[in-house]
Design a protein around this ligand. Structure first.
Ligand SMILES: CC(=O)SCCNC(=O)CCNC(=O)[C@H](O)C(C)(C)COP(=O)(O)OP(=O)(O)OC[C@H]1O[C@@H](n2cnc3c(N)ncnc32)[C@H](O)[C@@H]1OP(=O)(O)O
Ligand SMILES: N[C@@H](CCO)C(=O)O
Length: 396
């Protein structure tokens, strides 16, 4: 019996960019039961600021970040499937990362934490599954950074992946995505509280992290959504929601030009503050760098070489309003998989909420994935010609 929560030592862990982590632990949670034939394991990989808590475990428990997707009677039905999720290597929700002690009895790693990659995250997860006795995965699924992990799983450990669902993730980070991440990191570094990543836990670079999140939100959400939601609506005179409700980093505006006017500005400040209250800045730096380094073809003869390694069925979801990893980037992945003769299904989803649509509508997305996984006649064997389905705009 695998416990529904735990912490597993997966170190010492050699790292792709050199060096190693002497100690590394992964925090995980599980739902459902592993069947006696051990064929029903689904690994869910979270995005940049997520954690292992995909869904609540019992009534009254804290809701998870994909609550509507996972549970009894939900699209990923835990009466049938055994679900596992771990906080990523480098994360700040229980797994080893920059906020963890560098050594027992010492302070946190902070800015000294080594550079890690998505491949390192997947290696660490494989060790976690080994430790729990989980061999083959029926499905590995994730969006954004989680989708990068799902793709790396299918390529790095093809014999262990029956199916992989890559949601809103590219085969490699584009210069644009790297550029956006770099500006976010620079916002953190420019905060005097950063101190090279050696800040006290009680005085993190809040303003820098909030700015990073504000910028990131402009890449995560949809133009159409914000048009409908905020338009050009102004904050009523005298109301200052951020200062009134929050204020851990916000300072009173020195003059009228500094004060924000529009609801969209208010929303961005609120989102910045919301992250500051739950996330570690050095972890943000480490994980965005790992996303920049994502390139599934690195050291494998490029994307074609990576695609050739895949054995399981592949599902790729593109979101028409995704500014961060646009549809064309997944098209390249799908085309490489098709050229390699793999069994791949591509859906292009016309959703208004931008890149984060997979988080805004968890049940809708999980339903798509599970309909594909459970479609009649589906097998884990590679097909000669990959199936490609397009929904909405952006036909392949
Ligand atoms: C311990 C943990 O929390 S673990 C990690 C959990 N988080 C994750 O896994 C990360 C993934 N999740 C996400 O990125 C987000 O939660 C999403 C994308 C799913 C949804 O984002 P949300 O912020 O919840 O939704 P949305 O963008 O609609 O914003 C709603 C919030 O903005 C506030 N808001 C809306 N308009 C405005 C405005 N004009 N001015 C100020 N605030 C506003 C709302 O009051 C609401 O506040 P609340 O979150 O306190 O209820
Ligand atoms: N909004 C996501 C990152 C992009 O998908 C998160 O905070 O984890």
């Amino acid at each position: 019996m695998i416990p529904c929560r735990g912490l597993v030592e997966v170190g010492p862990l050699p790292l792709e960019q050199g060096g190693h982590l002497p100690r590394a632990e992964l925090a995980y949670e599980t739902w459902g039961r592993w069947d006696p034939q051990r064929q029903n394991a689904i690994l869910i990989c979270h995005a940049l600021t997520g954690d292992a808590h995909v869904a609540s475990h019992h009534p009254g428990d804290r809701p998870g970040w994909w609550e509507a997707a996972v549970g009894p009677g939900r699209p990923i039905d835990t009466r049938r499937w055994f679900v596992i999720c771990s906080n990523v290597l480098g994360g700040c929700y229980g797994s080893t990362g920059p906020a963890s002690p560098e050594e027992a009895g010492h302070g946190p790693w902070g800015g000294r934490f080594p550079v890690i990659t998505v491949r390192d995250m997947v290696h660490a997860q494989r060790r976690l599954l080994d430790a729990l006795g989980i061999g083959r995965l029926a499905l590995v699924v994730g969006g954004s950074l989680g989708g990068m992990q799902a793709l790396e799983w299918a390529v790095t450990y093809p014999e262990r992946v029956g199916a992989a669902a890559v949601l809103a993730a590219p085969p490699a980070a584009s210069p644009h995505a790297i550029a956006w991440n770099e500006v976010q990191r620079q916002a953190i570094f420019a905060d005097p509280a950063w101190q090279g990543g050696d800040y006290p836990a009680a005085r993190p670079p809040r303003r820098g992290l909030a700015l990073a999140r504000m910028l990131a939100m402009t890449t995560y959400r949809g133009r159409e959504e914000w048009e409908a939601r905020f338009g050009r609506e102004e904050v009523p005179a005298g109301a200052d929601p951020v200062a009134q409700r929050l204020g851990s980093y916000a300072t009173a505006p020195a003059g009228p030009a500094e004060a924000f006017r529009f609801q969209i500005e208010s929303y961005l400040h609120y989102q910045g503050e919301k992250l500051v209250r739950r996330f570690d800045p050095a972890t943000y730096v480490t994980l965005t760098r790992a996303m920049d380094l994502h390139d599934v073809g690195r050291g494998r003869g490029g994307l074609e070489g990576a695609a050739a390694r895949v054995q399981g069925r592949m599902y790729v979801l593109s979101i028409t309003s995704d500014l961060l990893y646009p549809v064309d980037e997944q098209r390249r992945l799908v085309q490489a998989l098709r050229r390699a003769g793999k069994n791949v299904t591509w859906q292009v989803w016309k959703a208004p909420w931008g890149h984060d649509s997979f988080l805004v509508d968890p049940a809708g997305v999980a339903r798509r994935v599970m309909d594909w996984l459970e479609e009649p006649g589906a097998t884990a064997a590679p097909a000669q010609a990959g199936a490609v389905a397009a929904v909405g705009e952006g036909r392949p």
